[in-house]
Design a protein. Structure first.
Length: 512
């Protein structure tokens, strides 16, 4: 292929960074952008979230793209990266409301004496469906650096189902390479920040849900795609060199914590280690709320777990003006003196709304009777404006209902399995980066969790990353995680009539 067959794509990011990439003529624009834009539909031209501004030589818009964007947007230079192909040199400006910017990997660690399992430097990585987060430590247990970035596999879809389908359709190697490149980039970022060579990072702990670890190691995901959903590998071991290597930590030992089942992964194992709820006598619920809603109940020496299909709503996907938690996202909504008040991240002009803002807005709508118990707008409007630029539609409310109902119904199903009332657990622990920004009162108001637990709820940040860090800094936490995973019992919600009854009951909004 000659040089003329490799057009240059110049990309302008919202943060001012400019990059130039060469891709084959005829390739989708999306391939040049990598994980830089949201593609909740997996790049199938259905959601319209990968909108960018383009100047230069690209393919004409077809009927599908015209229907999604409309003639006016096309005239203004907007295109969908998943449908437009590159025909020559072109320039792309990423839309600030669509560009991916990850939340941080914050999370407090319980007190313990470090006895690191590494010789010089070690790293912990949380491979979330939406976000990657990492930490770098030295032998003293000192946190030297941390970093976060979008999961580059988002280009294949916002949820694990889309990625499983891609893997089964011949994309197994591409998905593995994609996520490994993402992890390598995070590690290099931290190594550069600290000023160390890649070769001195000799141990890395990599946690994530079961599907993410399968994709990372290039395993066949067929067993995760159909009933009876029995994973043929649950990890809890160091990866073999032929199975997984990282160029940013060449020769490093790579530890993959034990998953609980096909549905409940090593991220929950790690979160349980971080929370230490299983070392206490009182009952507790742990909820990792994100793209995948994974739940665990500890009660009288028994550990029940489940996974709910919450979907990417809490990450801002599946919402008409949804976006991730980045500058310009509405993250808080209140009602003051008869009107809505919206706060945006970095006080930037409103460009969309992220998960915490959606929950706040729904809570306000409930209290002010803008929506009724069924979620329907009480007025004639088909949408309700939050700002002149951003509105929530009736469909947005419906998508939130499905997600919040799945989470709350999952909690109630676990509690009922142990004969515990909704207000029975001593603590409710909200894990995950999303939980750090969540207004717990708003969450209780819309029914994301039982209202009786509001006063006992707390958010602990990215507990999966904290747990992975603890496994890195003291070997006994690896053993603790494996023991918890082996004793856990996974409740299959898909075949549970109790869950279905709870799901229907939790669908409604109950005003305070």
């Amino acid at each position: 292929m000659g040089r003329n067959d490799m057009p240059k794509v110049t990309i302008y990011a919202p943060n001012g960074k400019v990059s130039v990439r060469e891709i084959p003529a005829g390739a989708l624009l999306l391939h040049a952008l990598g994980g830089g834009v949201e593609t909740p539909c997996g790049g199938h031209g259905r959601c319209g979230k990968c909108r960018v501004t383009v100047q230069g030589r690209v393919s004409p818009a077809g009927p599908q793209e015209t229907a999604l964007l409309g003639p006016k947007a096309l005239q203004e230079g907007f295109r969908l990266a998943c449908l437009a192909t590159v025909e020559g040199d072109c320039t792309v400006v990423l839309d600030a409301s669509r560009a991916v910017q990850a939340i941080s990997g914050d999370g407090a660690m319980p007190a313990f004496t470090p006895a690191p399992i590494f010789e010089k430097y070690g790293a912990a990585v949380d491979i979330g469906t939406t976000t990657l987060a990492a930490r770098l430590y030295d032998r003293s247990g000192t946190l030297l650096a941390q970093a976060a970035a979008p999961n580059p596999q988002r280009v294949y879809g916002a949820d694990v189902i889309s990625r499983i389908e891609k893997s089964l359709a011949g994309g197994r190697e591409a998905l593995a390479r994609c996520i490994r490149d993402g992890v390598d980039a995070l590690l290099r970022q931290m190594e550069t920040q600290v000023g160390i060579e890649a070769a001195v990072v000799d141990t890395v702990v990599l946690t994530g849900n079961t599907t993410m670890l399968y994709l990372l190691t290039g395993r066949d995901v067929d067993c995760l795609s159909h009933a009876p959903f029995l994973a043929d590998e649950l990890f809890g071991r160091y990866a073999e060199p032929e199975e997984l290597t990282l160029s940013a930590a060449p020769g490093a030992r790579l530890y993959l914590p034990r998953c609980m089942s096909a549905f409940v992964g090593a991220d929950i194992t790690s979160a349980l280690v971080a929370s230490q709820i299983c070392t206490r006598a009182e009952s507790a619920l742990l909820a990792d709320i994100g793209t995948n809603g994974e739940l665990a109940l500890w009660h009288e020496g028994r550990l029940l777990c489940c996974s709910t299909a919450a979907g990417p709503v809490f990450e801002g996907a599946a919402i008409s003006r949804g976006m991730q938690a980045s500058p310009g996202a509405i993250d808080r909504v209140t009602w003051d003196s008869g009107k809505l008040c919206c706060h945006t991240i970095a006080d930037a002009p409103a460009a969309g709304i992220c998960g915490s803002g959606i929950i706040d807005a729904a809570a306000v709508f409930c209290r002010e009777k803008i929506i009724d118990e069924t979620g329907a707008f009480t007025g004639e409007e088909a949408e309700y404006p939050l700002t002149p630029e951003v509105a929530l539609t009736q469909k947005d409310i419906r998508m939130l209902q499905l997600a919040k109902s799945a989470i709350c119904a999952g909690m109630l199903t676990l509690l009922e399995a142990e004969g515990i009332a909704a207000g029975g657990p001593h603590r409710l622990i909200i894990a995950g980066g999303f939980g750090s920004f969540l207004n717990l009162h708003s969450a209780a108001c819309i029914g994301l969790f039982p209202a009786e637990l509001e006063g006992r709820a707390c958010a602990i940040g990215n507990a999966a990353l904290v747990g992975a860090s603890m496994m890195l800094l003291r070997g006994e936490f690896q053993a603790q995680g494996t023991a918890l995973a082996e004793m856990s019992e996974t409740v299959d919600l898909s075949s549970s009539p109790v869950f279905m009854d709870n799901y229907v009951e939790c669908m409604s909004f109950k005003a305070e």
